[in-house]
Every structure is written in structure tokens, then in C-alpha cells.
Design a binder for this molecule. Structure first.
Ligand code: C2E
Ligand code: MG
Ligand code: MG
Length: 812
């Protein structure tokens, strides 16, 4: 809508201007310029009209200016041809007077109707027949607010034919080239649909129209009324050309300044619009001055931003600058001619079309360049990581192979580095800051690696090369070109990463793992090389900062683990797991006081798999919650069917520490217990302690609710791994199970004995029941009894048994 209104106003402007032009008053007293008497031969030989004779008429003037050319009298009827270039002179009349009588009158001005009189247009041509014995005089009247009465040439008939042909050929080539370029650009535009290109096309059209109009070639292209309309709207046309060039430039040049200008679009559009309005009513001289100012400003602007964009790495700007240079030369020559500062001759008059052509050509090349750059950027975007500019995963899987081909070496190594503390940073400072910190670290490492020999240089499409590949947010890799140098490279990385980095106010030490694999001896494809390095890297995670070279056993483990996990998922779904119970006895009376439920899994393919193997896998894969729910449900159902199980006896259930960290764990257990109407106080929930419990609100909520419902909690495997007094209090433990490792060793290892005795004493002091698990001999049983450990569990008393056997055992 806005543009429609704008267009209407422009249309109005052009008509208003046309109306004004028609109203140029004829000055009452015409000015005469008498040209000197010329000899007939001097006119034709020099073939030019003395410029000095009509200098005055080349300036801006409201006056009507007359020229009088007196021809020598020929001996016979002589035909001579007058030629002028029509350069925006509004009204141009030629009067041939012979012996005082007006013989012929020609109209040839830009706004005059004469197309029908001329069979074809090659500029202004008049055929004058000079009569013998007569006084032949030609009067030329120029009437225009604009300057420039172009030079007059005279030709004999034969010369005229060649001259006309040359002119036709010249203009045909000039205009056709511009039109062909326009067509070509239009096709490109249809392909790219690039907004800036749209403005460029508009500029191209305005430039073509202005050119055609100035040289008068629009009389070839359009009917006369369009030519008149163009002449009358010439200022509008020039301003539109400048405006579209400006819009094109800010769209084409990717620059901060051009962006900020494009935000001020309304302000700048208003300046242009104001200029239209002003130029509509002002005399041509004033509008011409204003236009020149605008043109110079625009050229300065285009140069400045073009150069700045080029300096900032926008390669396509070089041809843009060339195009602007051509535009400046063309317009400068044209303006100087217009302002009568340089003569109008064959050179100066061809400067504008030639420069316009070169300028358009420059823009076309700039576009092609830009298209290439866009393509390059797209390829770069696909192949590199956004924040570091390093080659990415895609690069590894699709490009690197080509780069490795020419390297004829026996073994090379992929070294993979996993920055494990990235997620810690994310949690502490948010993902943006963490990404920033990790990216900086990776970039610095890449630069540092560049100083090392035998690290593969990874060439990017923009002719830069890097050493690191960013495989994922926290994983990078590089390729050591020889097996021997791997050690040295890894030491280098370890030293680099041992320097702390300032993050926030902390001197942060990055935690990481390094894994490496060889190609082709260990992995014959890049895919398996990646897989092997990843396996090695993952394996190193149990030992932070260390390097784990790949070996086949690691791979087998992983493959096996995946296999186990898949089968476990299936069997859990099909309800194929069950449990056994291991009775626990009172160490002094040897009576069964309860039992520990232990999960059992027998798979058709794999046979019996120990919970020690599959429970950690289920924990890693997030399957543990289902597994816990499954076993609790199964045990509760069973206990509900056999109430005698829980009469004066307890039943211990193992859960994973991860269960405790699950928000509604307690609610789920309590809901089931209520459903099956079981006495919560007879259940003991065993958890293996870990550090994750510390200060966890979720854990303390779960503990609180389980306690409220009446469940007891027990710390399993006390003494190994992570032992914290804080946990004893946090979990409000009722029972402490001494790990079977110490139990088994008390007779042979004094330290184990001391630890066990102290743990039992500690439980007694805290009012907590102590359990010794893994008792395999009577001596051990007696020793624990002496230490006042209340409960014993182990093969010496009972092995874990099917739940039916346990029931029978209780029955007997
Ligand atoms: P745990 O809770 O410490 O269980 C005791 C383990 O010691 C059991 O191994 C048991 O068979 C074994 N054991 C008992 N007495 C003796 C003995 O005298 N000598 C020897 N050598 N071993 C003895 P199991 O059944 O293989 O279970 C291993 C671990 O798997 C358990 O250790 C427990 O942490 C976990 N687990 C078992 N069932 C479940 C379950 O339902 N859920 C969860 N989350 N973990 C479970
Ligand atoms: Mg246990
Ligand atoms: Mg245990």
C-alpha cells in the first residue's frame, strides 16, 4: 500500500514536471549568434562546427538562442547532411532560408514531435539541399531550460551513409549489451530471489532507461509519447536509479554500518522523496545541482562501505567497488559535459554508455562472486562447528578420507579428547557461558597443536587449516600421522590442559579423558576408527585425565554389554526375571530372623548372569527404575500371599542409589505397600552409599516419607567405596551391612578385622543393627558374634535360595 501511494505520487510528479516544461515561456527577445562565414569545403572537410561559436548556448539558460549558418553558394544543387547528437535539448528548430524565403523547417528537440518525419533515428540528421545562385542560410533555434547544444557535423551524402551505419552499429552494440546483461541478471534473480538483487535489477532498468533517453535511443525503443514522458520525468528517473543503487548496496554489502542504515530506511526514503518533490517545481538548474550533490554523496557512500566490506572479508565487494568506480567515471564525464566543463565529442559522449556497460558487468561479476561466497559459506557451515570454526563431525565422516588418501603411511592414530567437566560448567554457569569457555579452550588447543609436527592439517574450503575436529559439544579429536608421535602429542595435550583456566572467579581445572585408536591396523574404516577411539575414551573415564589406547578387549566388552542390555530389556518386558532369598540369622541364637531378596536373571542365550554384572548396566542405561519397580512389585505380591513370611521376620530389598534420587520413589513404594496391605516395618531397604546423596533434597524427602510409612533403611556394603558418616545420618539408617570383602578377610588380615570391629562398635553406639554379610565359616561367625554383631548372612548359614525353598525353610 505504502509503495502504491509512493508510485502514485511519483506519477503525479512526472506529469507536473511535464506540464511545467510545456509552459517554458518563449523569451520575447531572442539572442542571436552569428556564425562566421564558412566556405563550403571548410564545413565538410573539418566536418565539425566551431564550438566557440555556440558556447553560450551550451549553458543553462531560459533564453531562446539562435544560430545562423551562412552557406556559400554552390554551382549546382548540392546536398549536405547535418548531424547532431540529441542530448536532452527540449526544443530544437532548424529553418532553411533561401534568398530570404523559408524553404524548410525541421523540428528535432527532445519534447517535440518528429519521429514520424524521420524514417529512422541515428541522432539528428538533416538533409539540406543547397540551391545554386541563391543565398542559403540555416537558422537553428535552441529553446530549453537545460544546457548543451551538441556539436554540429556536416557530411556529404556518401560519408553520411557510412557515418549513420557506424552510429547505428555502435549504439546497437551498446544498448544490446546492456539489455543482454539485464536479461541475464533477470534469470539469475529468478534463481536466487535475493532481495538486494531485486533492487539491482531496478537500478539496471533505470540506468538503461536513462541512458536510452539521454542518447535519444528511446525513440528507437518506444513510441513518441513514452519518450516524451521519459524526458519529462528524467529527474525522477535519475533519483530512482540512485535510490535503487543505495538500496542494493545496503542489501548487498554485509556490514554493521549498512545494517544500521537499513534500520533507518524510513528516514532515508523520506530524503529521497523530499528530493522528488523539490525537483518537481524547481528549475532544471537547481534540480541538477541537487542531483549532482546526491550523486556525489551516494558514490562516496558506496565506495566507503564497499571498501569496508572488502576489508572485512567480503570478497565480492572488489567487483562492486570496480562497478562503482565505473559508475563514478561515467557520471563524472557526463556531468562535466552537462555542466560544460569538458567538450562534447566522440570520446566524452561514449564514456557514459561504455562506463554503464562496464559498471553493470562489474555488478554481475560481484554477484557471481557473492554466489560463490554464499556457496563457500554454506559448505563451511556444513563442514565446521559454528562457535569455533573447527571442522565438525560431518567433516570427519565425509571429507577427511580425501585428505588421508595421499598420506602413504603405515599407521596413524585418531586421538579423541572428551572434556567431561563441560556439563559441570553448564550446570554451574548456564549453557551459553559453558559453551563460550569450552570453545575458547578448544580454539586455544587447536592453535597450540598447530606448532606440533605430525598432526594432520585439516584443510577447510576457505583455504585455512585446522588441527582439531569438534565432534560434539565436549569432544574433539585430531589425527597423529605416525604411531610414534602419539605419545608426544598426548603428553602435549595433557600439559596444555593441566594449566587452570580462569572461569568466573575460579581457576578451573578441566577434567577430561583421552582415548586413541590406530588406522588401519586396529580399524580399517574411518567409522570403526571413530568407534574404537570413542570406546577407548569412554574407558578412560574411570581415570580422569588419563589416556587409554584402544585394544580389542575393550571393544568386545562394549559389544557384549550392549548385547546384555538389549536382552535384559526384552526379558524385563516379558517378565522373565525372578528373585531368590538369602536367609539372615541371629548370630547368637542362629535363628532365621529374615532374608535378603536378590534378583536373578537367567537368559536363554546368555545363561545365568550375575546382578553384579547387569545392575550397573541397567543403572547406566536408565533401566534401573523399571527393574526396581519390577522386583518390588513381585516381592510385595509374594509377601501378600504368604503373610507368615513377615511375622517376626524381616525382608530386605536392594535398591539402587539412583532410585533414591528419583523424586516419587518413596510414593511408589508406599502406594504398593498400602495396596498389598503389608507391614512396612518388616521391610528393610538396602542402599549402597554414594556421594550423590550429600545435600540432596530429593533423597532426604524420599527417606523422610519412607520412614514415616514405617520402612527401615540399611546401608549396604559399608566400608568400601564411598563411606561417609554424613550418609549414616542423612539416611537415618536402621542397619549397617559390613561388606563381605572385610568379613572374608578378618582372620587373615588384621586391618580388615580392626575395621569390622570398629564398624560394629560404631553401629552399636549409634543404636543401629549391624549385619555381617558373606560369612563363609564358623570361625568368622563366632568372631562376629564375639564382637556383638547381631545378624549374620553367608554361605556358611544359607546360600541364596528360590523363594519357595525359603518358604519351606521357614515352615519347617
Ligand atoms: P549385596 O546386596 O551385597 O548382596 C549380597 C551378595 O553377596 C549377593 O550376591 C549374595 O549372593 C552374595 N553372598 C552372600 N553370602 C555370600 C558368601 O558367603 N560368599 C559369597 N562369595 N557371596 C555371598 P548377588 O546375588 O550376586 O548380588 C550382588 C549384588 O547385586 C548385591 O549385593 C546387590 O548390590 C545387587 N543386587 C541384587 N539384587 C538386587 C536387586 O533386586 N536390586 C538391586 N538394585 N540390586 C540388587
Ligand atoms: Mg544387599
Ligand atoms: Mg552387600
Amino acid at each position: 500500500m505504502k509503495y502504491f501511494v509512493f508510485f502514485l505520487i511519483l506519477l503525479f510528479c512526472s506529469f507536473a514536471r511535464a506540464y511545467n516544461v510545456d509552459k517554458i515561456p518563449l523569451s520575447p527577445l531572442p539572442t542571436y549568434f552569428q556564425t562566421g562565414d564558412e566556405t563550403f569545403s571548410s564545413i565538410v572537410d573539418t566536418a565539425t562546427f566551431n564550438t566557440a561559436d555556440y558556447k553560450k548556448s551550451q549553458r543553462f539558460s531560459d533564453q531562446t538562442i539562435w544560430h545562423k549558418i551562412h552557406f556559400p553558394t554552390p554551382n549546382e544543387i548540392t546536398s549536405i547532411n547535418l548531424q547532431m547528437s540529441n542530448h536532452l535539448i527540449d526544443q530544437l528548430d532548424f529553418y532553411l532560408i533561401q534568398n530570404g524565403n523559408l524553404v524548410q523547417h525541421w523540428r528535432r528537440g527532445a519534447i517535440q514531435h518528429w519521429q514520424t518525419e524521420a524514417t529512422h533515428y541515428n541522432g539528428i540528421w538533416l538533409n539540406i539541399k543547397l540551391q545554386p545562385d541563391q543565398n542559403n542560410t540555416l537558422y537553428i533555434r535552441k529553446h530549453s531550460q537545460g544546457p548543451l547544444l551538441t556539436p554540429i557535423h556536416f557530411f556529404q551524402d556518401s560519408q553520411a551513409i557510412t557515418e549513420k551505419l557506424t552510429t547505428t552499429i555502435f549504439w546497437t552494440i551498446a544498448l544490446t549489451s546492456v539489455v543482454v546483461l539485464l536479461a541475464y541478471n533477470f534469470i539469475i534473480f529468478l534463481q536466487f530471489r535475493y532481495a538486494a538483487f531485486g533492487y539491482y535489477l531496478a537500478f539496471h532498468c533505470f540506468a538503461l532507461l536513462s541512458l536510452a533517453m539521454m542518447i535519444g535511443a528511446s525513440r528507437w525503443l518506444f513510441p513518441e509519447f513514452i519518450q516524451h514522458w521519459l524526458i519529462n520525468t528524467k529527474v525522477t528517473l535519475f533519483v530512482l536509479a540512485v535510490w535503487s543503487l543505495y538500496r542494493f548496496s545496503i542489501g548487498f554489502l554485509p556490514n554493521k554500518q549498512t545494517k544500521s542504515l537499513s534500520n533507518k530506511r524510513n528516514l532515508i526514503n523520506s530524503i529521497f522523496f523530499a528530493y522528488f518533490l523539490i525537483s518537481m517545481f524547481l528549475p532544471e538548474k537547481v534540480s541538477a545541482i541537487l542531483f549532482t550533490v546526491m550523486q556525489i554523496t551516494m558514490i562516496v557512500f558506496c565506495f566507503r562501505f564497499g571498501i569496508r566490506s572488502y576489508q572485512q572479508g567480503f570478497i565480492a565487494a572488489r567487483f562492486y567497488i570496480f562497478a562503482i568506480a565505473m559508475l563514478s567515471i561515467g557520471s563524472a564525464i557526463n556531468s562535466m559535459m552537462y555542466w560544460n566543463l569538458i567538450p562534447f565529442n566522440d570520446y566524452t559522449k561514449t564514456a557514459l554508455p561504455l562506463c554503464t556497460f562496464l559498471e553493470l558487468l562489474g555488478f554481475v561479476i560481484a554477484f557471481t562472486d557473492n554466489a560463490k561466497q554464499i556457496e563457500l559459506n554454506t559448505t563451511l557451515k556444513i563442514q565446521t562447528d559454528d562457535s569455533t570454526g573447527l571442522p565438525n563431525r560431518y567433516y570427519y565422516f565425509n571429507i577427511i578420507e580425501e585428505q588421508l588418501k595421499p598420506i602413504n603411511q603405515s599407521d596413524l592414530a585418531l586421538v579423541m579428547l572428551e572434556i567431561t567437566s563441560h556439563s559441570q560448567l553448564s550446570q554451574a554457569y548456564g549453557p551459553m557461558k559453558a559453551e563460550q569457555a569450552t570453545s575458547t579452550l578448544i580454539q586455544n588447543l587447536d592453535r597450540a597443536l598447530a606448532t606440533m609436527d605430525s598432526v594432520l592439517s585439516l584443510r577447510l574450503p576457505n583455504n585455512t587449516s585446522k588441527k582439531l575436529i569438534r565432534i560434539s559439544t565436549n569432544k574433539v579429536a585430531f589425527i597423529s600421522l605416525s604411531k610414534k608421535s602419539v605419545n608426544q602429542h598426548i603428553e602435549f595435550v595433557q600439559t596444555f590442559l593441566s594449566t587452570p583456566v580462569l572461569i568466573g572467579h575460579l581457576d578451573f581445572h578441566y577434567q577430561y579423558n583421552i582415548g586413541s585408536a590406530l588406522f588401519p591396523s586396529q580399524s580399517n574404516t574411518l567409522d570403526s576408527l571413530y568407534q574404537n577411539a570413542l570406546i577407548a575414551c569412554r574407558h578412560a573415564q574411570f581415570n580422569i585425565g588419563t589416556w587409554q589406547p584402544f585394544n580389542q578387549t575393550l571393544k568386545q566388552n562394549y559389544a557384549h554389554q550392549l548385547h546384555v542390555l538389549t536382552l535384559l530389556t526384552q526379558d524385563l518386558k516379558n517378565n522373565c526375571l525372578h528373585f531368590e532369598v538369602q536367609p539372615q540369622v541371629n548370630l547368637s541364637t542362629r535363628k532365621i530372623i529374615g532374608g535378603e531378596v536378590l534378583i536373578r536373571w537367567e537368559n536363554k542365550q546368555l545363561g545365568m548372569i550375575s546382578p553384579g554384572e547387569f545392575i550397573p548396566l541397567a543403572e547406566q542405561a536408565g533401566l534401573i527404575y523399571k527393574l526396581t519397580d519390577f522386583i518390588i512389585l513381585k516381592v510385595f505380591k509374594w509377601a501378600a500371599r504368604h503373610p507368615k513370611l513377615l511375622i517376626d521376620r524381616t525382608l530386605s530389598l536392594n535398591i539402587s542409589a539412583l532410585d533414591m534420587l528419583h523424586e516419587n520413589f518413596a510414593d511408589r513404594v508406599i502406594a504398593l505397600q498400602v495396596h498389598y496391605q503389608l507391614p512396612a516395618s518388616q521391610f528393610i531397604i538396602e542402599v549402597t552409599e554414594t556421594s550423590v546423596f550429600e545435600n540432596s533434597k530429593v533423597v532426604s524427602d524420599n527417606v523422610h516419607r519412607l520412614h514415616q510409612a514405617g520402612f527401615k533403611l540399611s546401608i549396604d556394603d559399608f566400608g568400601v567405596g564411598y563411606s561417609s558418616m554424613q550418609n549414616l545420618i542423612a539416611l537415618r539408617t536402621s542397619e549397617l551391612k559390613v561388606d563381605r570383602y572385610f568379613v572374608a578377610n578378618i582372620l587373615t588380615d588384621n586391618q580388615s578385622a580392626i575395621l569390622c570391629r570398629n564398624m560394629i562398635q560404631l553401629s552399636a553406639e549409634l543404636g543401629v543393627t549391624s549385619v555381617a554379610e558373606g560369612i563363609e565359616s564358623e570361625e568368622i561367625a563366632q568372631q562376629f558374634d564375639q564382637w556383638h554383631c547381631q545378624i549374620g548372612q553367608g554361605y556358611h548359614f544359607y546360600k541364596p535360595m528360590p523363594y519357595r525353598d525359603y518358604l519351606s525353610l521357614l515352615g519347617s
